[in-house]
Design a protein around this ligand. Structure first.
Ligand code: ACO
Ligand code: LMR
Length: 264
């Protein structure tokens, strides 16, 4: 019989061999004819399926709300400093992206992991938060540098409102809110942040859409797809900051001596 030559690469998300490229089997022309948006393209290329409109719209809202948060956050700062050092667009962009991680923007996957585990195991917020404290782990998705009980993050509220209106269930988000109620009793800035809101709500999206098996949801959470939303979104802002600095012909940045504590 025929023997298939072994290949060096396996790929399952896109194919450019035919007349037109396909994303998860959907041809480009269909994507355009059906008026698909970025949320649909993300669902095809990341999740390998067409998700219902309320899901793709939620993805687009995440991207829009996380696109930028001003020049002072760590990633934008890096991008600005790099652009002002005369570096190119890609260098300035990746310099900003490299700050995305457990403290800044990259806590979405861990928030989803920990909230899911705690909620599925039926832990009370007290048991969950105090258990994390004992392990010396900050609760991902909780806490913010400038947001607090009296200065809530509008993005979180907008995401919650959308989900309340469109999602069949917001079980994980409600759990995250219960955790927030407990952490706020400890300190004013321990609010549910945008990473925690997206992490918990994406669990609700995955479970409530009926489009994913339990094993697929576990895989998405284990592999860690969700920080991708912040990376993708904030790239829009970092690219904007790069253009802004170039347009303004900003000189090389040097941090002022006065703002450094030279200590022995
Ligand atoms: N869980 C439990 N306790 C916390 C948490 C948390 N997530 N965040 C702060 N605390 C408590 C701790 O007791 C901390 O003391 P420690 O340093 O001994 O652990 C104390 O508050 C003070 O913490 P600060 O370092 O002053 O808090 P800061 O304002 O610098 O931190 C930050 C903000 C980095 C967001 C922090 O809350 C955190 O690490 N959160 C978890 C990670 C996360 O969700 N990051 C995403 C933020 S949203 C975004 O970037 C788009
Ligand atoms: C952001 O989205 O960049 C912010 O939430 C982070 C910050 O420190 O304000």
């Amino acid at each position: 019989g025929k023997v298939r030559a072994p290949t060096h690469i396996i790929s399952t998300i896109s194919d450019d061999r035919g007349e037109e490229p396909c994303y998860a089997g959907v041809p480009m022309s269909t994507i355009i004819e059906k008026g698909y948006g970025v949320g649909d393209v993300i669902s095809l290329l990341w999740f390998k399926r067409s998700l219902p409109r309320y899901c793709t719209q939620f993805i687009e809202i995440c991207v829009m709300l996380c696109a930028d948060h001003g020049p002072c956050v760590s990633g934008a700062h890096n991008t600005i400093v790099t652009a002002r050092a005369g570096k190119d667009l890609v260098s300035s962009l990746v310099s900003g992206l490299l700050t995305i991680g457990p403290r800044f923007g990259g806590a979405i996957d861990d928030a989803a992991r920990y909230f899911k585990d705690a909620c599925d195991r039926g832990l009370t917020p007290y048991e969950f938060v105090e258990g994390m404290k004992k392990k010396g782990i900050r609760v991902p998705g909780i806490g913010h540098r400038i947001k607090s009980r009296d200065n809530r993050d509008k993005r979180v509220q907008l995401l919650q409102k959308y989900a309340h209106t469109h999602f069949p269930s917001v079980k994980y988000m409600e759990y995250a809110v219960q955790v927030e109620t407990y952490t706020l009793s400890k300190a004013n800035n321990l609010v549910l942040n945008v990473d925690g809101a997206i992490g918990s709500l994406f669990l609700d999206l995955l479970a409530g859409s009926g489009m994913f098996t339990k094993a697929e949801i576990d895989d998405i959470v284990d592999i860690g797809y969700l920080n991708g939303l912040f990376v993708l979104a904030r790239s829009i802002g970092f690219i904007g900051h790069t253009f802004d600095q170039k347009r303004l012909k900003q000189p090389l940045y040097r941090h002022p001596w006065e703002d450094v504590l030279y200590a022995k």
